[in-house]
Design a protein around this ligand. Structure first.
Ligand code: GLN
Length: 531
C-alpha cells in the first residue's frame, strides 16, 4: 500500500511549497522509491486553462493534455517523472463531479453536503492516484494557505484520511515563514506558532515543519518552533534562501528530511543516491560565462507566466556550462517601436500565448531576429508570429495574419483540423502529446538525433497548408510534421538558428536532461557568439 505525505502552507502564500514537495520527491526517488504527486487547488475553476497567467502564472501541460498548475512543472523537473491530469485537482473539478452525480440522481434522495460528500470525493481522488500510479509514496500538496475558507474541505479530508490509513501511513508537513525583523535583528516564530495553532484547531498536528526564511535558522529558533508547535526539534527543517532552486533537495538532505519522513512512515528504502543531483548543483554553482536571451511576452512583469520556458533555457545553459540570463521584454514596447530593447541580446525567444494583445510586437521580434541574424526560438504562438513575419515581409503578403485575431486577407495561421471554432472552452484545442516526424538533414534532426519524437501541444491554430509552399519558397524549411501532416516545426535555412515549434518543448526539459531543441539553441548561441 502507498504511504501519504500531506503538505500544507502557512503564514503567507508563495513560500515555494511546490518546490518543497518537488525536492522531497527528489530525495525519496533517489532512494529508489516510486513517488507520485497530487496538487489540490482550492479555487473553483475546473482547471487553470482559462485563467489569466497574471492570476496564476503559466499553465503546465501534461502528456495526457491536462492544463495544470505550474507546480506540476516543478514536480516533473525535480522528480524526473511524467504526471497526468489526475495530479492536479481543483475544487471546481470536485464540485463538478459531485453536481453531475447529483443531477443523475446518484445520491439516492440524500442531502449532498461538504462533509461527507465533498470530503469523500477529495479522498477518492487521492486513492485513485495511489491506485493508478502504484507509487510507494504519494505527496499531496494543498494549495493556498491554512486559514483560507476555500481550503477547509481539503484540510478536513486529509484529517480524515489520516484516521482512515493510520499514523504509520500518513504524515503532515507544514511549510511556514520565519520572518526576519530587521529593526529587532531577529527571526520571529510567532506567525508560525499561529499558523500551527490554526491547523491544530481543525485537528491536524504537523509532524514536520519546514521553515522558509531569508536568514539562517539558528538552533535556538529551531528549538523554539519545536516547543511551541509541538514537533520534534529535528523535524523543524530549515528552507533557506538559495541561489538556485535546485539546491533545495540537498539542503533537505542535509537536514535529514528524507530520513525523518521514512522513519515516521515506517518505510525502508535504500540510501539516497544524490550523485547526479550533486553534480548538477556544482555545475550550476560553477557557471561563469553568461549569455542573455530575451523572452518577448505580454505577462513579463510576472515571469512565472513563462516559467518552464525560462527553466528550459537554464537547463540548456547548465548543459553547455553557461548561465542563461533572461531579459524580459514587453511585446507592447516593440509595438511602440522601441526596438532598442532587443539590442545586444544573444538570442530571442517568443513563447506561447493566446489573444491579440502584444502579437504585433512578437511579430516584430521575429522579424528583428531574422533580419539581424539573432538566434531565434519561437514556441507555438512564437512560431506562428515567425510565419506571419515571413509572409508579410519576405513574401510581401501585407494582410498576412492569424484567424485567432479576426479575419485577414491572408490567413497564414488558421484553425487546425478538428479544432472547433469556439474559444476558451475545454475540448476545443489540440492538446497533449502528439507524434512529430523530424525531417532528415534539418537543424532539428541534428538536435534530436531521432526521427520520431513525442511533444506536448496546446493549440487551436497552426500553419495554413495553402501557404506552406510559398513560405518554403521564401526560405522556410518544414522540419517536423505530425502524423496528420500538420507543420510542427519550421526553420530558416540561411540563419544562425531560427526554429519555431507548434508544440511546447519546454514542458519536457529536465535540469539533468535539457530538451534537445533548447540544448541546440544555446549551443547555436555560443557558436554564433564566437563567429
Ligand atoms: N493561440 C495560439 C493557438 O491557439 C497559440 C497557442 C500557444 O501558444 N500555445 O494556436
Amino acid at each position: 500500500m502507498s504511504k501519504f505525505v500531506f503538505v500544507t502552507g502557512g503564514v503567507v502564500s508563495s513560500l515555494g511549497k511546490g518546490i518543497t514537495v518537488a525536492s522531497l520527491g527528489r530525495l525519496l526517488t533517489s532512494r529508489g522509491l516510486k513517488v507520485s504527486v497530487l496538487k489540490f487547488d482550492p479555487y473553483l475553476n475546473v482547471d487553470p486553462g482559462t485563467m489569466s497567467p497574471f492570476q496564476h502564472g503559466e499553465i503546465f501541460v501534461t502528456d495526457d493534455g491536462g492544463q495544470c498548475d505550474l507546480d506540476l512543472g516543478h514536480y516533473e523537473r525535480f522528480i524526473d517523472t511524467n504526471l497526468t491530469k489526475d495530479s492536479n485537482i481543483t475544487s471546481g473539478k470536485i464540485y463538478w463531479s459531485i453536481l453531475s452525480r447529483e443531477r443523475r440522481g446518484g445520491y439516492d434522495g440524500g442531502t449532498v453536503q461538504v462533509i461527507p460528500h465533498v470530503t469523500n470525493e477529495i479522498k477518492d481522488r487521492i486513492w485513485s492516484l495511489a491506485k493508478s500510479s502504484d507509487a510507494d509514496v504519494i505527496l499531496v500538496e494543498i494549495g493556498g494557505t491554512v486559514g483560507d475558507i476555500e481550503g477547509l474541505p481539503f484540510l478536513e479530508a486529509i484529517r480524515q484520511f489520516r484516521m482512515d490509513v493510520g499514523r504509520e501511513s500518513s504524515l503532515f508537513i507544514h511549510v511556514t515563514l520565519i520572518p526576519y525583523v530587521a529593526a529587532a535583528k531577529e527571526l520571529k516564530t510567532k506567525p508560525t506558532q499561529h499558523s500551527v495553532k490554526e491547523l491544530r484547531s481543525i485537528g491536524i498536528q504537523p509532524d514536520v515543519i519546514v521553515c522558509r526564511s531569508e536568514a539562517p535558522i539558528t538552533e535556538e529558533i529551531r528549538a523554539k518552533v519545536a516547543l511551541f508547535c509541538n514537533v520534534e526539534e529535528r523535524a523543524v527543517i530549515p528552507n533557506p534562501d538559495v541561489e538556485s532552486i535546485y539546491e533545495i533537495p540537498l539542503c533537505f538532505a542535509e537536514a535529514r528530511l528524507d530520513e525523518i519522513v521514512l522513519e515516521k512512515l515506517n518505510l525502508t528504502a535504500g540510501p539516497a543516491d544524490l550523485e547526479s543531483w550533486r553534480e548538477l548543483v556544482s555545475k550550476i554553482k560553477g557557471l561563469r560565462d553568461q549569455v542573455e536571451v530575451g523572452i518577448v511576452g505580454k505577462y513579463v512583469s510576472l515571469p512565472d507566466a513563462y516559467l518552464s520556458a525560462a527553466e528550459a533555457l537554464r537547463h540548456a545553459g547548465f548543459h553547455h556550462g553557461v548561465e542563461v540570463a533572461v531579459r524580459w521584454i514587453e511585446a507592447e514596447d516593440l509595438e511602440r517601436g522601441r526596438l532598442e530593447v532587443l539590442e545586444g541580446l544573444d538570442g530571442i525567444l517568443v513563447p506561447g500565448g493566446f489573444g491579440h494583445r502584444g502579437v504585433e510586437g512578437k511579430i516584430k521580434a521575429a522579424q528583428y531576429a531574422r533580419e539581424h541574424r539573432v538566434p531565434f526560438f519561437g514556441i507555438s504562438l512564437g512560431m506562428q508570429c515567425a510565419a506571419i513575419d515571413l509572409a508579410r515581409h519576405v513574401l510581401g503578403l501585407e494582410g498576412a495574419g492569424s484567424v485567432e485575431f479576426g479575419s485577414c486577407a491572408h490567413p497564414v495561421i488558421s484553425f487546425l483540423p478538428g479544432c472547433p471554432e469556439v474559444t476558451g472552452l475545454e475540448g476545443s484545442m489540440r492538446i497533449g502529446t502528439y507524434t512529430c516526424q523530424i525531417q532528415p538533414g534539418s537543424r532539428s534532426a541534428a538536435c534530436y538525433g531521432e526521427s520520431i519524437v513525442q511533444e506536448r501541444h496546446r493549440n487551436r491554430y497552426g500553419l495554413n497548408q495553402q501557404y506552406v509552399e510559398s513560405l518554403v519558397g521564401a526560405g522556410m524549411r518544414v522540419a517536423g510534421l505530425s502524423s496528420e501532416g500538420l507543420v510542427e516545426i519550421i526553420e530558416l535555412e540561411d540563419h544562425p538558428w531560427f526554429v519555431g515549434t507548434l508544440f511546447h518543448p519546454e514542458f519536457k526539459s529536465r535540469p539533468t536532461r535539457p530538451h534537445p531543441l533548447f540544448a541546440g539553441y544555446i549551443g547555436a548561441i555560443l557558436e554564433n557568439r564566437k563567429g
